[in-house]
Ligand binder design. Sequence first.
Ligand code: C2E
Ligand code: CA
Ligand code: CA
Ligand code: CA
Length: 280
Amino acid sequence: YCKMNGRHGLLFYTDQMNEYYNDLVSLEGDLREAISKNELELYYQPKVDIISGQISGMEALVRWHHYEKGFIPPNKFIPLAEETGLIVQVGEWVLKEACRQNEEWMSLGYAPERVAVNVSAVELQRHDFSARVKRILEETGMPPQHLEIEITENSIMQNTEECIKTMQELKAMGISLSIDDFGTGYSSLGYLRKFPINFLKIDQSFIKDVETDPSDAEIVKAMIQLGHTFQMEVVAEGVETASILEFLEEIGCDLYQGYHYSRPLPPHEFEKMLMPKRRY
Ligand code: C2E
Ligand code: CA
Ligand code: CA
Ligand code: CA
């Protein structure tokens, strides 16, 4: 990918890259239309409390069903959307839809209450980000306490002071904040202390081999302690087996997500996992 090569001071130009660029350019136009043509959809993955085994929230993950090319994974179009600035429109749609869906579930009497939305650095760095979130909450009638925003460790580290300010505004509104992909970035302990974060999400690359790789196990234990030191709840991502879950329980991890409990699901399937709230 050219940006990577550029970083190393090298820029190769090949037919393959030419093709790659043509692809990207046509995808960009398509993505612009995808929003209005209703090609984007949100899937939901449960966040599960390790001790009680109950679903305590969910993460919204965007899906694009391209009219011709079929399913395009977010790892492919989110970076493109970030480079072209389209992420602002995509992000706005995601936030609105997640709030709308969550309010619908709440009004139907389902627990849980909190939906987490991924926000990229490009969105977070816009000066009006917290004002836009506030407006969407008002428009959809969603209480801020029902919203969680996930920000990757790397995106906080770009433009840190600005990000901390925006995070403080969001926190003051009553929104929960998560640091995503923790362990893959470069945040120092000093910075971590400054972030007004509620949840620390350990990147799945550390979880995968946590039972078999002693150094991964030590790193995960240290991250859990670190999170607890800063009064954060710790979430393990990418939990695929019962034995990994057991191990995480032993070492005091608070929450988990992963295929072991459920893959991300479209709303009508996700709904079946939600328990009706007790009615009085
Ligand atoms: P992420 O936020 O770290 O999301 C977790 C990814 O891991 C999701 O991939 C999820 O489907 C996958 N996953 C969950 N459990 C497991 C498991 O047990 N094993 C494995 N191998 N994978 C698991 P997905 O949905 O393809 O999303 C990829 C990335 O795209 C996300 O990583 C996030 O960075 C980005 N993304 C997705 N939706 C949005 C969005 O609405 N806005 C923004 N800005 N980024 C998004
Ligand atoms: Ca996430
Ligand atoms: Ca993650
Ligand atoms: Ca990730």
